[in-house]
Design a binder for this molecule. Structure first.
Ligand SMILES: Cc1cc2nc3c(=O)[nH]c(=O)nc-3n(C[C@H](O)[C@H](O)[C@H](O)COP(=O)(O)O)c2cc1C
Length: 492
């Protein structure tokens, strides 16, 4: 059975012995960050935390607890998605893709019974009052300062909502998008929305601005864990994240009509902030924000969200994460994406054996990819192919290795890569879009990329010397040493 909401997820983590309830009063003003950071930096990602008595910046206790680091380990990420191992989902997708499907994957859905599995669990509209709408606060009564919204880092511009699902709709196609974008609280009923220019929410906003129309926006906090994850997944704009979450859960996501705007929201959320962006309005200053690069993002101008209603359960849990110097909880969300989306990348680049984005590379800075090299120049084909795919276009450094290298182990990947390259020959620079958070590129979101061909070089690639093999002990010697090991008195 899929987990239906955040409290069920917290309960499941607790049952697995992986939750620490913090009864001690802890301020939302940076103290939660310092505690969560120490946990997230510990082995395996540390425990999930439920702060039962957060205190508000203006003083006084919050009525609502704050949950942090719920997704912060491989085990909890798998629990969130209802699988023993994340690669199982990649496997399900690979099975679907094994059906000989031409390019328009979604167009064929209805015709292909196997692929229909993707569309088997579309979001389901529920009637009546949804759990997320038991309490409704509207218009002038909206006061976000009563919620435990943390200030994460010393130089942050204010309190931040960090684990939301931001719901918008494409005015042209009507397709919904749910994106995880941080949101700064700038007034009791006003927010600054940090959807970056490469993201789908920002594309919807540009569309609405071109039409000169007011844009409905809903912000879900909580809901089923697969939907929370799906908001962070780089799905193509044509796929509704709640449909994808249904595929992951093998059960539909239940949606309710928002009360003050024309959108649907997760019925099982803890809270929902309903509102709108008026594209005719001036942008507002957002940031600075201690970001997942480990550096501050500088303040910049982003759209203002007017909150027209807060709907919630009677005792909502406030979901939160912190980002900062890696590794942090977001590594595990990104890691799930890496595993789940690998079969999709293999669809267009079938020579890919494995791919890994280590935490220090904060996803877009470093991609190791191993390939089954069959012809000269194939490493360049793969790096160029990756730079042509969705958010992979933002990858700053791509290192291509042969299939026998375990790219999931960055130490091994670097060891082999650094041995295999003649830098002048094997490094290429290219240009392209750069992640909004990159502070070093020559222009904002525009700059260079580096591709490293760390595969063995072939004669056709101009390498005429002999290529040496890796050092590996022979089996017979290993067995002889195994047999005498106890007698040697060496403890390792
Ligand atoms: C914890 C966390 C915070 C994030 N914050 C932002 C953000 O502030 N702005 C942004 O554009 N993307 C942010 N992202 C990345 C997006 O969620 C991700 O790129 C996602 O694919 C965007 O969805 P979209 O493709 O539907 O726009 C964040 C991801 C995580 C895991």
């Amino acid at each position: 059975m899929a987990l239906d909401n955040l409290r069920a997820f917290v309960g499941a983590i607790d049952a697995a012995g992986d939750l620490r309830r913090v009864a001690h009063p802890v301020s939302v003003d940076k103290e939660i960050t310092e505690i969560a950071d120490r946990c997230m930096k510990s082995a395996g990602g540390g425990p999930a935390l439920l702060f039962e008595r957060p205190t508000l910046p203006q003083g006084g206790a919050s009525r609502y607890p704050v949950a942090v680091n719920l997704f912060g380990s491989e085990k909890r990420m798998a629990l969130a998605l209802g699988v023993p191992c994340l690669d199982e989902i990649g496997g399900r997708i690979a099975t679907l893709l094994n059906v000989k499907v031409p390019d328009t994957l979604l167009g064929k859905l209805a015709m292909l019974p196997q692929l229909a599995e993707v569309a088997k669990f579309p979001p389901k509209a529920v009637g009546g009052r949804a759990p997320a709408q038991e309490i409704v606060v509207r218009d002038r009564d909206v006061d976000l300062s009563q919620f435990p919204i943390p200030v994460c880092w010393p130089e942050d511009g204010g309190p931040y909502i960090t684990l939301p699902g931001v719901i918008t709709r494409d005015p042209k196609t009507g397709v919904r998008n749910v994106g995880m974008y941080r949101i700064q609280v700038i007034a009791p009923n006003e927010l600054a929305m940090h959807w970056q220019r490469h993201k789908v929410g920002a594309a919807h906003w540009r569309e609405m601005a071109a039409r000169g129309e007011t844009m409905p926006v809903a912000i879900a906090l909580g809901g089923d864990p697969a939907s929370i994850y799906a908001a962070s997944a780089p799905l193509p704009p044509s796929i509704d994240e709640f449909l994808f979450a249904g595929f992951l859960r093998k059960e539909p996501v239940r949606l309710a009509k928002a009360i003050t705007c024309d959108l649907e929201v997760p019925a099982e959320a803890e809270l929902v902030l309903e509102g709108y962006v008026d594209p005719r309005e001036e942008l507002v200053l957002e940031g600075p924000f201690g970001d997942h690069t480990g550096f501050y993002s500088l303040a910049d101008y982003y759209p203002k969200v007017h909150v027209t209603a807060v709907t919630m359960r009677p005792e909502p849990i406030w979901p939160h994460t912190i980002v900062g110097r890696p590794p942090m909880e977001d590594y595990w969300l990104g890691h799930a994406t890496e595993r789940i989306f690998l079969p999709l990348l293999k669809l267009t680049l079938p020579e890919i054996v494995d791919l890994h984005m280590p935490p220090e590379g904060i996803f877009h800075n470093l991609v190791f990819v191993s390939i089954d090299k069959q012809y000269p120049g194939q490493a360049y084909k793969v790096m160029n192919g990756l730079w042509g795919q969705g958010l992979m276009s933002l990858a700053k450094v791509i290192v291509v290795l042969d299939k026998d290298v375990s790219v999931r182990d960055p130490k091994e990947a670097w060891w082999v890569a650094l041995n295999h390259i003649d830098p002048e020959r094997d490094v290429r620079f290219s240009m392209g879009p750069i992640d909004v958070l990159d502070h070093s590129s020559r222009g904002f979101t525009y700059g260079s990329k580096m591709g490293i061909d760390a595969t063995r070089k072939w004669k056709e690639e101009g390498f005429t010397r002999e290529w040496p093999g890796k050092i590996v002990m022979d089996e017979k010697t290993k067995l002889r040493v195994d047999a005498m090991w106890r007698e040697l008195g060496i403890e390792l």
